[in-house]
Write a protein that binds this ligand. Structure first.
Ligand code: SF4
Ligand code: SF4
Length: 245
């Protein structure tokens, strides 16, 4: 037997300027879409020292698990009507991580899935979603129409999707920015260093030029290998192109 520990890390809404032809284009980066600077070892040390408070136990990151659902089931967070997980004090601006450990906790916090109280009398996200993904009659959003479903994957955007609705380099902020449960988190936005014109042009061409893995965009997204770069660049090229149009 063992346990899964779910951690939420505050991941503020970030902005970055792309420089091009003597102009600055401000672009949003949705929470969780950029590199937090925390490594696996940092998290493992934190769990050992602050949660288990003993050494000698196995602690390993587990991927491909439904982190949002587990965060809500464990009581760490609650769902918003937009099906995003909210954590008290952080809103939905979070990055979630899951770690397996063979340490036996005295109790678990397994509980029923809960929606935030704020959502009962609010429908702002429903009104703000440009693709009408969030529905009154069905709590589960129409994920196949969600911008995030498309802009975090390779491939062309579907023809039915209005090119003007894109709002972030990765992810979508429309149902989170005006959410009352994010009012506090919105006060802590951040900004990356401007992306120089040379890098902007390279991304629009789908390359990183001579800088390669040392380019500004690789630092933002924590792209450390050529394989990751190859995977991400067509996505960044496509997404930046629609935002700068
Ligand atoms: S905008 Fe309103 S309904 Fe939507 S998640 Fe936030 S509080 Fe809930
Ligand atoms: S992320 Fe964007 S497209 Fe998806 S539900 Fe929210 S507002 Fe709609």
């Amino acid at each position: 037997m063992g346990s899964i520990t779910i951690l939420a890390h505050f991941s503020p809404l970030m902005f970055v300027n792309f420089l091009l032809h003597n102009k600055k284009y401000e672009v949003m980066l949705a929470p969780e879409c950029y590199y937090s600077g925390m490594t696996n070892n940092n998290w493992i040390k934190l769990i050992e020292e602050k949660i288990i408070k003993q050494s000698g136990y196995r602690i390993e990151e587990v991927e491909q698990i439904p982190l949002k659902l587990l965060a809500v089931r464990s009581g760490l967070g609650r769902y918003g009507r937009n099906n995003i997980c909210y954590v008290d004090g952080m809103g939905s601006f979070i990055a979630l991580y899951g770690f397996f450990t063979d340490f036996e906790f005295a109790e678990d916090n397994w509980q029923e899935v809960e929606m935030m109280d704020n959502c009962e009398s609010c429908g702002i996200c429903m009104d703000e979603c440009p693709n009408n993904c969030i529905r009154e009659e069905n709590f589960v959003i129409d994920a196949i129409k969600c911008i995030t479903w498309y802009n975090e994957r390779n491939g062309e955007f579907p023809e039915w999707m209005d090119p003007n609705i894109h709002n972030a380099l990765l992810g979508c902020m429309k149902c989170q920015m005006f959410c009352p449960a994010n009012a506090q988190a919105m006060e802590f936005t951040g900004r990356f260093e401007d992306i120089p014109e040379e890098d902007t042009i390279n991304i629009l061409n789908g390359t990183t030029g001579e800088a390669g893995l040392k380019s500004s965009i690789c630092k933002i997204f924590g792209i450390f290998t050529e394989a990751e770069l190859k995977e991400y660049m067509p996505i960044l090229k496509r997404n930046l192109s629609v935002l700068l149009q």
